[in-house]
Design a protein around this ligand. Structure first.
Ligand code: ZN
Ligand code: MN
Length: 260
């Protein structure tokens, strides 16, 4: 009997091995965080969104979706509200890098040649880069030189045209888009039952200086944890964003699959 699934956790090892050997698929690793997302969005938003994107990509190109990393690097005030909120549960940077290195090296041992790290939490970026670099350095020492790893932040695939439709009043910038219009819209599209629409706060956008200060200056951080208005969110905007990410990331990975 054959079960149709692209999820690594649902495959048997025999099916997984056959797929790796016969189809040379991309392994997609969604990475996020467990982080406050205001009073209206689930704390898993940063991994739920890239997991959904990864699943949709795997319906379009030859790919297997690995179980996501549900924890990420420490939330920062100017992009995630800061690490002091109850519920936000973070890793140290080197832990995340080494976790990724270990998992990538396991995929390499399985014979995987193409891996994409699909990041949904900005703070992770350079620690993921470090993990990839450590893994590829170690693989090279073992004589393995034909593995390619893509790291991407999904929001970088947003077109100007889509931004204009999603933000008719002007785009506040990706940093302030924490638990705001983009993530709330995608959550309304992907899992509307998890969005507490009546709890969206009415706060004005956060006004941060151009520097970070430690310990945090709590007077600069909106107590709700939402960095700019989420009121303009809609499932329709969420679908527009989500479909664009799936289409463009699929095309990018396909070209990395084919590039010699
Ligand atoms: Zn987020
Ligand atoms: Mn985040």
């Amino acid at each position: 009997m054959t079960i149709e699934t692209n999820l690594m956790a649902e495959l048997t090892w025999v099916e997984y091995q056959a797929s790796i050997q016969r189809e040379n698929p991309f392994v997609l690793l969604p990475v996020g965080a467990l982080e406050q997302h205001g009073p209206h969005l689930p704390m898993g938003t940063d991994h739920l969104v890239p997991l959904a994107i990864s699943k949709a990509i795997a319906d379009r190109i030859r790919a297997i979706v690995a179980p996501p990393f549900n924890y990420g690097y420490k939330s920062q005030p100017r992009m995630g509200g800061g690490n002091h909120f109850c519920g936000t549960t973070s890793l140290e940077g080197h832990t995340l890098s080494l976790l990724l290195r270990d998992v990538l090296l396991e995929f390499v041992r399985h014979g995987v040649k193409r891996i994409a790290v699909i990041d949904g939490h900005y703070e992770n970026m350079m620690f993921l880069t470090e993990g990839i670099d450590l893994a590829l350095t170690e693989a090279r020492r073992d004589g393995i030189t034909d593995v390619r790893v893509v790291r991407l932040e999904y929001w970088d695939f947003t077109s100007e045209e889509t931004l204009k439709k999603v933000f008719p009043g002007g785009f506040p910038g990706y940093a302030l888009e924490h638990a705001a219009v983009m993530e709330t819209s995608m959550s309304l599209h992907l899992h509307p039952h998890l969005v507490r629409l009546d709890k969206i706060p009415n706060d004005p956008p956060a006004d941060f200086p151009a520097f970070d200060v430690f310990p945090y200056n709590l007077t600069q951080i909106p107590p709700s944890g939402v960095l700019s208005q989420a009121k303009g969110a809609s499932a329709e905007k969420g679908k527009l964003l989500f479909d664009e990410y799936v289409e463009k990331i699929s095309a990018a990975l396909q070209s990395e699959m084919e590039r010699p």
